[in-house]
Ligand binder design. Structure first.
Ligand code: MG
Length: 201
């Protein structure tokens, strides 16, 4: 049995989903750079970084690193180890440590800012956009509206935490997956657990 990849990197991306993400990135990296929204400690970033290196491209890793709703103090996914001296959530030091430890600093471009702010000034076409940011409906809708337009024809829009039933998880990622599917601009290409991809037509 092969050892688990990135076993010491905190995150919410099971290995089979990480492999699937990397496979989709491999299909689309020749079309343009890869961009993810929601890097947290860098687990998905590292899966993408490997492909970026092979494909001679880069990963833009967009995250304000102040955590989503569910990471805040007292919330379900809060991690006491990711709190700065002022008592605020901060995943950036851990993210940077993981990039360095996995030799990924030369293919990852961290953008430490809210995705909506970055989007206002973004003009670069992308081979793959991976949406894994805030899971409120507002946040997910904003990410979809702001970033799906930058996926090049033939490129992929990938969404994490898409659950069909409320019992499995929040419905915002599923809502934007539906929107993309119904937009006429994307066609579904596949899924693995809760990660799904659509191709820009
Ligand atoms: Mg996720």
């Amino acid at each position: 049995m092969t050892p688990t990849r990135f076993a010491d990197v905190k995150g919410f991306l099971p290995e089979n989903e990480g492999e699937q993400l990397a496979n989709w990135a491999r299909e689309s990296a020749s079309l343009g750079p890869l961009l993810e929204i929601g890097s947290y400690c860098g687990l998905s970033t590292l899966w993408l970084a490997e492909v970026a290196r092979e494909s001679n491209t880069v990963v833009f890793a967009v995250d304000h690193h102040r955590g989503s709703e569910e990471h805040q103090v007292g919330e379900f996914f809060h991690d006491e180890a990711l709190v700065d001296d002022a008592g605020r959530f901060d995943s950036l030091p851990e993210f940077r440590r993981n990039l360095l430890a996995n030799d990924a600093e030369d293919v990852v471009i961290p953008i430490v800012a809210p995705a909506t702010l970055v989007a206002r000034h973004w003009t670069t076409s992308l081979g793959l956009v991976f949406i894994d940011g805030g899971h409120s409906l507002d946040a997910a809708l904003a990410d979809y509206r702001n970033w799906s337009q930058h996926v090049v024809k033939g490129g992929l829009l990938v969404i994490h935490d898409v659950f069909r039933n409320v019992a499995e998880g929040g419905q915002a990622p599923h809502a934007i997956w539906q929107l993309a599917k119904q937009s006429g601009l994307f066609e579904p290409v596949g899924s693995c657990e809760s990660i799904r991809a659509l191709r820009r037509l």
